[in-house]
Design a protein around this ligand. Structure first.
Ligand code: GAR
Length: 206
């Protein structure tokens, strides 16, 4: 047990609509039993995900790299807030900024990310959000999916935890494919991964 509560204090980082955050919130007490969602941080003040957090009664805040003068200051502020909330695990749920090697090293094996493709396909710096599905359709793949992985200094390069395949249909648009990947893979995998990692941390706090 890390903090004495029997649950791993977890922060979810977001940038947009927050459907993956919602899947995590909905899984509390069912799939997710060993993590407490203690904080939501957005790098965009207008992200709808912040409203979802507030509706669930979870502390939520936005930090702007631009307003603070860049990524280094953003990460300093993020670290400060994470420490205030005694966070032990970070989940990137549609967080569309890249974290520095200094930050990812500090949180080694303590940051999870969901990526909307089967890594190593359609991943890395320029692949995020709808662009991933546009690229999959342009390449003509018949199967895509989602991946949950630990975050290290290489964008989408950390150890893979879970993957799930999703069929591409003949008339798919990036939007219809994105929705199917979310419904059939992302919203299922991410809560499972949070639970597995949190339970593992409680069993072996090293
Ligand atoms: C999700 O599809 C997520 O996998 C993707 O952004 C979307 C966010 O949706 N993340 C990435 O592309 C990260 N490289 P959401 O805000 O509704 O969860």
């Amino acid at each position: 047990m890390l903090n004495g509560s029997g649950k791993v204090r977890t922060a979810v980082l977001v940038s947009g609509g927050g459907t993956n955050l919602q899947a995590i919130l909905n899984a509390r007490g069912e799939i997710i039993r060993h993590a407490e969602i203690s904080l939501v941080v957005s790098n965009r003040s207008k992200a709808y995900a912040l409203e979802r957090a507030k509706a669930a009664g979870i502390p939520a805040t936005a930090i702007s790299a631009k307003a603070l003068g860049g990524r280094e200051a953003f990460e300093q502020e993020l670290q400060r807030i994470l420490e205030i909330h005694k966070i032990e695990l970070i989940v990137l749920a549609g967080f569309l900024a890249i974290l520095s090697p200094d930050f990812t090293r500090r949180w080694d094996h303590r940051i999870l990310n969901i990526h909307p493709a089967l890594i190593p396909s359609f991943c890395g710096k320029d692949y995020y959000g709808l662009h991933v599905h546009e690229a999959a359709l342009a390449r003509g793949v018949k199967v895509t999916g989602a991946t949950v992985h630990f975050v290290n200094e290489i964008p989408d390069g950390g150890e893979i935890l879970l993957q799930k395949a999703v069929e591409v249909l003949p008339n798919d648009t990036p939007e219809t494919l994105q929705r199917r990947v979310m419904e059939q893979a992302e919203w299922i995998l991410l809560p499972q991964a949070v639970e597995t990692v949190a339970a593992g941390m409680l069993a072996d706090p090293s």
